[in-house]
Every structure is written in C-alpha cells, then in structure tokens.
Design a protein around this ligand. Sequence first.
Ligand code: CP
Ligand code: NVA
Length: 308
Amino acid sequence: GTASGARHFLDLKDFSAEDLRAVLDSAAAMKARRRKGEIAAERPLAGKMLAMVFDRPSTRTRVSFDVAMRELGGETLMLTGSEMQLGRGETVGDTARVLSRYIDAIMIRILDHDLMLELAQYAEVPVINALTKVSHPCQIMADVMTFEEHRGPIGGRTVAWSGDANNVLASWVHAAARFDFTLNIAAPLELSAPAALLDWARGEGARVNVTTDPFEAVDGADAVVTDCWVSMGDEDEHYRHNLLSPYQVNAKLMAAAKDEAIFMHCLPAHRGEEVTAEIMDGPRSVVFDEAENRLHAQKGILAWCLGA
Ligand code: CP
Ligand code: NVA
C-alpha cells in the first residue's frame, strides 16, 4: 500500500502467504463459477474502470486483463505509453495523480521497475504490475494455480528453472518463499539471478538453490520451467543464444526430472531455442493451461485490489 492506502499488486514478496492463497482461492472459485455462467451475472466490478497502460507489447496480459474486467462487469481503457503525454516527458507521478481522478485501478507494463513503483507511490488507486524488467507477479499467480491443478498443492514440491534468470524467474523466487516450495535455478553465471534477490530469499528462509548445471536443477523436479532467451529490452544482446543453448528444455533434460514432471512456460515461446517443439507441444506441456489461467488469476487479483 501507499499513503493513499490503495491495494497495489506490485510484487509477490509484498504479500503474506495467506493473502496470496486467498487471491488464488478466489480465482479458482471464479473459474468454477464461470463454467456455470454465474460470475458474469454477478458483475462484482460493475461501475469500475481499469486503465491498462502498455509501454511494451502483450498478447496474454492485455487480453486476459481486458476480458477478466469485462466478465466481472467492469470496463477497461487501453493506453499505450507513446500515445500519452508520458511519452513526451510528463512525469509518472503527475500521470498517476491525474489517472486516479478518473480511473478505479491502473495496470501497467513498463520495463523500468522504479517508474512502476513511482506510479504506485503517487496513485490514489490500486496499481498492478503487468511486467517490468524486474518481475512479473501476475504470471506466477497463474503458474502456481496451473501447477496445483495438475499436480496438487505446491507446498513442499520442487520447481526447476533452466535458462535466463529474468523477471519471470524473480517472481518464481518470491513465490517459492510465500508458497513454501523448493526452487532450483540453473542459469549461466553471466545471466544468473541478482544477488539481492537471492539474499532476500535466504533471509526469508526460502529453499532456493542455484547452479549452472540444468541436469542438477531438474533432478527430483515436479515442474521444469523456462522462458525466452531474449526478453523485452534485451534485443541487442546477441551473445545470449550461445550462453543459454545448454539450458534448452528438451527430451534429454525432461528425462532427468521426475517421470510425472510437467513443463511450464509463460509464453511467448521460441521452439528450437529455449524449448524444443517436442516438449512444448508434447503431453507434459501445460503451457496453454497457464495462458488460460492468466484470465482466472487476473480476476482474483482485480477482485482483491478493488475490494470486491
Ligand atoms: N506471458 C505474458 O505475459 O505474455 P504477454 O507478453 O503476451 O502478455
Ligand atoms: N521474460 C519475458 C516475459 C514475457 C512475457 C520478457 O520480459 O520479455
């Protein structure tokens, strides 16, 4: 929260385990009620307007937030950074104060994490982090939901990450502490998780293990997770392909995980790079369930932020 007391959703580490569990429970309940056609009729967010500010492209986040808001009876306004005065140098603080006079909640995708935090500091309405260079909390809410649908409670289980220790991985680290699972991270030294993030995890008593060996990471894993080699903002870093190719999730790596291990990826995916087509499109892949659960998880997050 901030001075205004608005219920922001900025990072999983800001929340207690109980609050995150409550958001997931409400997401699951709304998913079940959607099947019966009930939730749309209830319209718990009727009269509420969500501004969706996108400074970077998006398919899943954009569509899932928009549909989630509408299915809950609310409305959305799509704004892109370049179309706003933000793109001409108006401060994030002033933008936040102005939007707060019209809008009930603001979702923002912007690479600069500090600008997202500044928006939240000045906003008088809830701000939702829809991806920064530092973290992607909404994604990992959907991922935990998906894991549990396929494999039961995540507490005490083992998730393995193989690849670039990026924004998505950072939110997995936060989740490991809050949902009490073991997270094994395999990444090249040059693209390893930030020391401050790992220090935070240690301070929380989280079981987060770091290695450069993907086979060591997936040993005993219930889920193998990866993400693209070139995240938004990394497009000029061509050396990434060479560094990350040993971390590709392929049949050989999946064979070293538990027999029942699932494959997860936030998408968009690049077949032949971070994952082979065989694994991405194979029976252990739950990536499209993850994508679907973005919709249900966003509903839990929106309902929490807006007190519905
Ligand atoms: N996973 C995810 O956030 O996808 P988009 O970039 O399409 O929103
Ligand atoms: N790590 C990726 C996630 C995209 C949803 C990126 O930041 O581009």
